[in-house]
Write a protein that binds this ligand. Structure first.
Ligand code: NAD
Length: 489
């Protein structure tokens, strides 16, 4: 897509009417808008309507009205609409990818990958929609019979982050709809346009009015507070940072609203003495640098056994120095920008405080000299201290801190010495790697693989990385409640 086509594509989304209710866009009730910024140039892409409590309530009215009718449709009908959404999304991956790279700053190849990954949630849950089985049993005491079914939870409030603006939305919308729920969605303020494009796809796929509604806003807390105070909302599904997750759990508590929380990570990437070093480098390039390191599953801390450390480090430095950093829309770019100025500053501060504590930069990719955007250089850093801020905090960018280890107990203490527990990675001979992986406190472990995300696998974390799972069969159960009938026999 050239830039004129992309500008037209955005104009056709009618961003000044981005409050999407009953399958049509309208301006915010207050008339307020907020700018969406291109992080590669810091220029404003467009103004998007900024919802307030009035829009949040109007979206809920529509969802509450539509939900019973949607739940009454047959599972096959719901599945076929989702299947059509997959087809339509696959037919527009290039447009969606350009849009994501523009508003989010990530490399076009990453966006293209995300567009198909995001679409796949529609296909996967179109198939799950018709496989929601229950149970029938004779209780131990005999006499009666037990019938167990799953029913839709009701109206769901969905709140998504900017780092995967399409996939984090479809990973929630698809199972919610498959299970017979209606939803209200608030996308991240950095990336509302991708969500708006998905609304149009869902309408075209045949999703009835009111089943999916969207409220972009610069007043995030006002929207979530309105939704969580309303008795019609029965579930909040959130993906984002742990601090915001905690505050939403607090808002959900008074009315005991169901919660699904996909929160922050701090993934360890362990390369053992028996690892195939070249394979581990390939895996790390994906685990660390996919999406410019802005993934909750991103390798955040790299632990290298002393026997392979030198070879691994030397090869990694060569690869990182050769990375091409640039505007996300440039097809040559491998690493785009970070999302905004705050993220760029935060990473620079994290790096300088680690350097103050004895860390050393080993390699760095060059930054583009002709662009004024929010760029952070992919950097390999040797970190001598286990308590370095680079190992303790979620970096969410292209900094790659490495730390040597020799003793396995000491390694495990470091790996598990965090309140996060989303993903981790282990490279080494399979027997050793599996034994280590079993002792790592994380919801997902890549064993000799640098990628764990898969719509057909249960995605989620332990400890403060979250509650619940998305994707797979488990992902639909999040949007259902069990109902049991005791039958006189
Ligand atoms: P964030 O928590 O700042 O924002 C996420 C969403 O919450 C956005 O829609 C935002 O507008 C909204 N929000 C922000 N403040 C709010 C408030 N006070 N009340 C209500 N809503 C509010 O997170 P982010 O910066 O967009 O995303 C990065 C974080 O998300 C990282 O910690 C990352 O690990 C995490 N993440 C987790 C997963 C996962 O599946 N576990 C996936 C992607 C990202």
């Amino acid at each position: 897509m050239d830039s004129a086509e992309l500008t037209q594509y955005v104009a056709d989304l009618e961003p000044a009417k981005a409050i999407w209710i009953n399958n049509s866009g309208r301006p915010a009730a207050s008339g307020e808008t907020f700018p969406v910024i291109d992080p590669a140039t810091t220029n404003t892409i467009t103004e998007v309507s900024s919802g307030t409590a009035a829009d949040a309530s109007a979206a809920l009215d529509a969802a509450a009205k539509a939900q019973p009718g949607w739940a009454a449709r047959s599972p096959r009908e719901r599945g076929e609409i989702l299947r059509r959404a997959w087809e339509l999304m696959m037919a527009s991956t290039k447009e969606l990818a350009s849009l994501m790279s523009w508003e989010n700053g990530k490399a076009y190849t990453d966006s293209l990958g995300e567009a198909s990954y995001a679409a796949e949630f529609f296909r996967w849950f179109s198939e799950e929609a018709v496989r929601s089985d229950g149970d029938f049993a004779i209780p131990p005491a005999g006499g009666s019979r037990t019938l167990v079914t799953a029913r839709p939870v009701g109206v769901c409030a969905l709140i998504t982050p900017w780092n995967f603006p399409a996939a984090m939305a479809t990973r929630k919308i698809a199972p919610a709809l498959a299970a017979g729920n209606a939803v209200v969605l608030k996308p991240a303020s950095e990336t509302p346009l991708t969500a708006l494009a998905i609304m149009r796809i869902l309408k075209e796929a045949g999703v009835p009015e009111g089943v999916v509604n969207l409220v972009p806003s610069r007043h995030s807390a006002e929207i979530s507070e309105t939704w969580l105070a309303d008795p019609r909302v029965r579930l909040v599904s959130f993906t984002g940072s742990t601090p915001v997750g905690r505050s939403l759990l607090g808002l959900a508590a008074p009315r005991v609203v169901n919660t699904a929380m996909e929160l922050g990570g701090n993934a360890a990437f362990v390369v053992g003495a028996t690892a195939d070093v070249d394979a581990a480098i390939e895996g790390l390039m994906v685990a660390k640098f996919r999406n410019g390191g802005q993934a909750c599953t991103a390798a955040n801390r790299i632990y290298l056994h002393k026997d392979i450390k030198e070879e691994f480090t030397q090869k990694l430095c060569q690869r990182v120095t050769a990375l091409k950093v640039g505007a996300g829309l440039d097809p040559e770019t491998e690493i785009g920008t970070v999302v905004n100025e705050k993220a760029m500053r935060g990473m620079n501060e994290l790096l300088s405080s680690a350097l103050d504590q004895g860390a050393k930069v080993l390699a760095q990719a060059p930054l583009p000299s002709d662009l004024a955007g929010y760029f952070v250089a992919p950097t390999v850093i040797e970190v001598p201290r286990a308590d370095s801020p680079l190992l303790q905090n979620e970096i969410f960018g292209p900094l790659a801190p490495i730390k040597e280890y020799s003793d396995e107990d000491e390694l495990l203490k470091m790996v598990n010495g965090t309140e996060m527990g989303l993903a981790s990675y282990v490279y080494g001979d399979l027997n050793w790697a599996l034994h280590l992986a079993e002792r790592i406190e994380a919801g997902m472990i890549g064993v000799n693989r640098g990628l764990v995300s898969d719509p057909a696998a249960p995605f989620g974390g332990v400890k403060q990385s979250g509650i619940g799972r998305e994707g797979a069969r488990e992902g639909m159960r999040e949007f259902q409640e069990v109902q049991y009938f005791s039958l006189d026999w």
